[in-house]
Design a protein around this ligand. Structure first.
Ligand SMILES: Nc1nc2c(c(=O)[nH]1)N[C@H]1C(S)=C(S)[C@@H](COP(=O)(O)OP(=O)(O)OC[C@H]3O[C@@H](n4cnc5c(=O)[nH]c(N)nc54)[C@H](O)[C@@H]3O)O[C@H]1N2
Ligand SMILES: Nc1nc2c(c(=O)[nH]1)N[C@H]1C(S)=C(S)[C@@H](COP(=O)(O)OP(=O)(O)OC[C@H]3O[C@@H](n4cnc5c(=O)[nH]c(N)nc54)[C@H](O)[C@@H]3O)O[C@H]1N2
Ligand code: SF4
Ligand SMILES: [Mo]
Length: 707
């Protein structure tokens, strides 16, 4: 890659970007001319993730860096008072007092897949190695947790088995629960560009998304029924004699049990539950059996569900049953955030330790204790974030430190979340003054964002990219790793946190990966981008060896579960005959030009130009039945809480309603996650952020004439 570039701080595609500086005439300056900003961002032609491609979010990064930035440390004892400016020194001192008055289990850290590897390594070490609490979780809990658990169950490790090198020679692409054209646009473009006449793209989604519009086939499924569909495909593969028995016998175990569960869903049964045609199921079975190389991509439509791990495993089962690994295909989980993969390497969830290790594994603990020179890492995983919210409400967690995430909008059951945030002493490292969580904060540290700070991030396909600083950060701001290092030193942690610069942290982190699956110990940060694990993980000679005890990959039975609706009635009658006229299934997702809670993308005029007022989408026939039309303001309610949206009519599954989850409080008083429940998948503890039974009613016509 061109030296001096950086990784895009948005999605997990992990595009390499470079900046050009333009002078007042809009021209690139001559070498010796000193021109500060404005900065212009371009794609890096040599980066393996994007090879010269970029999307609009990447291009507009410079517009997001200089508006409404926090440049002061702010403090207030209670959130009724207004903030006053204090010095870093004063802040560290008063926070040190707070920490000294609390037990380790009374503090909690909630961090982010948008931090650099160095940031999250230091914070994780501070919690697990210094304070000795595992009360640390990340927004990845809402995002990748189900995929992590499923990969581990199937392959013995959560290293994705494939890479971007698998894109160009595949002939079948399945997108299931992924709107990649919007959420991973450069990856989607790469696939579109490499299309050959016989390439087939199939998308499974309740909504007719941008991805659907560019697909060859659309399976318009009822939300929450993916395991039923995928089980049915497995059943059909077996019935048709399309199982790859050599692969199944040599490299897997557990096929019979998985098949037994799958056989509960013959196509006519599955079609009714999923609200699709039997030939949709036949199509998928045919493609799994006959493709040259089949790559399936998934993201939040599978992960964010009470049935999330099973949804993932049901898909992986199909790959195992047809031997679709390596040169014949792969199950490819698309990571959402730019450094969610780095978070996995660092082990920043409640149970992780650096180098793909686990706190509950004695050997893993000993190894990290030796490397860190500490004793007594807690073997019990900490509370996951949704449980931690309950603990805050009970007064058992008293201090919450939020870094690089905006839970006041993006966690489910916002009514509870807001009460919990009010109750604790809330510390927030944040870059923008209008981030919603600050409304509840007691202490605010002004943070730097990429590309004002250096560091390393890892993309969806295990490629590490170095972030070279592109612009001067705003005055009086600090990178997150430095805030934690200085604070740890204040608490007497000089020995554990001796870092004078970021590079020392990366060197230390590298050592924790030695001889581990994600071994980057020999990487030189000046040689990045570089991928660990090679093109295909688990390959051994001509065969396969997985990280499970037996070395074989595992099938798992994948029972269908769903919340809010009676499964037996659903199976009997079909979803549409079970909901009353004003009842709908609410599902949620992303907008092309906005990043989550819009703290960055909301600053770009270009990106905001096309945004509509907060809206929801429903099928024209459902709207007609309720006497609703476009631009009506509607109330969506679960009986206890409600949100207001402007109605648009599009092709979406009947009896479903879709809205964006990221609208911040400056955009609407009623953010979407007021309605989403905090129930979780039992294994991954990932919340179900895509399924809620709601009622819809007319409120008023949208006031068009005004303004
Ligand atoms: N523009 C943009 N890009 C982003 C982000 C962003 O905020 N904005 N965020 C990044 C992050 S962190 C993430 S995690 C990824 C997420 O990337 P995606 O998962 O692709 O995005 P979503 O829109 O949340 O969900 C994908 C699709 O799942 C569908 N869906 C809902 N319920 C179900 C279901 O039960 N089954 C199936 N099969 N589909 C269902 C939705 O209709 C939606 O079209 O995007 C990343 N990229
Ligand atoms: N209903 C529903 N809810 C969802 C989802 C869904 O699909 N549906 N998706 C879930 C998913 S997958 C995700 S990933 C989450 C995302 O949810 P969040 O992570 O809460 O959303 P962001 O807006 O990205 O918040 C990041 C915050 O960190 C700040 N920030 C950015 N960079 C830095 C940095 O380097 N340092 C510091 N200190 N701050 C920084 C930003 O200004 C912003 O305020 O939402 C989840 N919630
Ligand atoms: S595709 Fe993702 S990583 Fe690439 S430029 Fe767009 S937002 Fe950034
Ligand atoms: Mo995410």
């Amino acid at each position: 890659m061109g030296k001096g570039g950086f990784q895009c701080p948005y999605c997990g595609v992990g595009c390499g970007l470079v900046s050009v500086r333009v002078n007042g005439n809009g021209k690139t300056p001559l070498v010796d001319e000193v021109i500060p900003t404005p900065l212009k961002v371009r794609a890096d032609k040599n980066h393996p993730a994007n090879r010269g491609l970029i999307c609009l979010k990447g291009v507009t990064i410079p517009q997001t860096l200089d508006k409404n930035r926090l440049t002061e440390v702010l403090y207030r004892e209670d959130i009724e008072s207004s903030f006053k400016r204090i010095s870093w020194e004063e802040a560290y001192n008063l926070l040190a007092e707070k920490f000294k008055s609390l037990s380790p289990e009374e503090v909690y850290f909630y961090i982010s897949g948008q931090l650099t590897t160095e940031d999250s390594y230091v914070i994780n070490k501070f919690a697990k190695g210094f304070l000795k609490t595992n009360n640390i979780d990340a927004n990845s809990r809402l995002c990748m947790a189900s995929a992590v658990v499923a990969y581990k169950k199937a392959f013995g490790s959560d290293g994705p088995p494939c890479s971007y090198d698998d894109l160009e020679d595949a002939d079948v692409f399945l997108f299931i629960g992924s709107n990649a054209a919007v959420a991973h646009p450069v990856l989607f473009n790469r696939i579109q560009r490499s299309r050959k006449p016989d390439t087939v793209v199939v998308t499974v989604d309740p909504v007719e998304t941008e991805t659907v519009k560019k697909s060859d086939f659309f399976i318009n499924i009822n939300a929450g029924t993916d395991t039923v569909l995928l089980n049915s495909v497995l059943h059909l593969l077996y019935k048709k004699g399309w199982i790859d028995w050599d692969f199944v016998k040599n490299y897997t175990e557990g096929f019979e049990k998985a098949l037994e569960e799958a056989s509960k869903y013959p196509p006519h049964v599955a079609a009714k539950i999923c609200g699709i045609r039997e030939r949709d199921i036949e199509l998928l079975a045919y493609l799994f059996a006959n493709a040259k190389k089949l790559v399936s991509f998934w993201s939040m439509g599978l992960n964010q569900s009470v049935n999330g791990v099973a949804k993932n495993l049901a898909l992986i089962n199909l790959h195992l049953a047809t031997g679709r690994l390596g040169d014949r295909g792969c199950p490819f989980s698309l990571t959402g955030q730019p450094n969610a993969m780095g978070g996995r390497e660092v082990g920043y969830l409640t149970n992780g330790l650096p180098g793909y290790r686990d706190v509950s594994n004695e050997r893993d603990r000993r190894e990290i204790e030796t490397l860190w020179g500490v004793k007594g890492i807690n073997p019990k995983p900490g509370a996951v974030i949704t449980d931690a919210i309950d603990l805050m409400l009970e007064g058992r967690i008293k201090l919450l430190w939020v870094v690089g995430t905006n839970p006041a909008i993006t966690l489910p059951r916002l009514d509870k979340v807001w009460r919990a945030l009010e109750r604790v002493f809330l510390v927030v490292n944040e870059a923008y003054a209008d981030a919603d969580t600050l409304k509840f904060a007691n202490l605010v540290f002004p943070a730097q964002v990429v590309p004002e700070k250096e560091g390393v991030m890892t993309s969806s396909d295990k490629t590490l990219t170095f972030i070279n600083r592109q612009v001067e950060p705003p005055p009086n701001t600090k990178p997150d790793w430095l805030i934690f290092t200085e604070f740890a030193q204040r608490l007497g942690g000089e020995k554990l946190f001796p870092y004078r610069d970021r590079g020392e942290i990366f060197e230390e982190f590298k050592k924790t990966t030695k001889e581990r699956l994600c071994d980057i110990s020999a990487f030189d940060e000046r040689d990045l981008p570089k991928r660990w694990g090679g093109k295909h993980l688990y390959r051994q000679g001509e065969g396969w060896k997985f990280k499970t005890e037996s070395g074989k990959a595992k099938f798992h039975p994948t029972p269908w579960e769903v919340a809010d609706v009676d499964k037996d009635l659903w199976r009997e009658r079909g979803l549409e005959n079970l909901l009353e006229e004003d009842e709908f299934i609410l599902t949620t997702g992303r907008l092309k030009n906005q990043w989550h809670t819009m703290t960055k993308t909301g600053k770009s005029e270009l990106l905001m130009k096309t945004e509509l007022p907060p809206f929801a989408v429903m099928h024209p026939k459902d709207a007609a039945a309720l006497g609703l039309s476009e631009w009506d303001v509607i109330r969506i309610t679960d009986g206890e809480r409600e949100i207001y949206r402007v109605l648009f009519l599009r092709r979406i599954k009947r009896k479903h309603i879709f809205t964006y989850f990221g609208y911040p409080l400056w955009y609407t008083d009623t953010p979407t996650n007021l309605l989403l429940e905090d129930r979780t998948d039992p294994l991954s503890r990932e919340p179900d952020l895509k399924f809620r039974r709601v009622r819809v009613e007319f409120v008023e016509k949208f006031p068009l004439g005004e303004g």
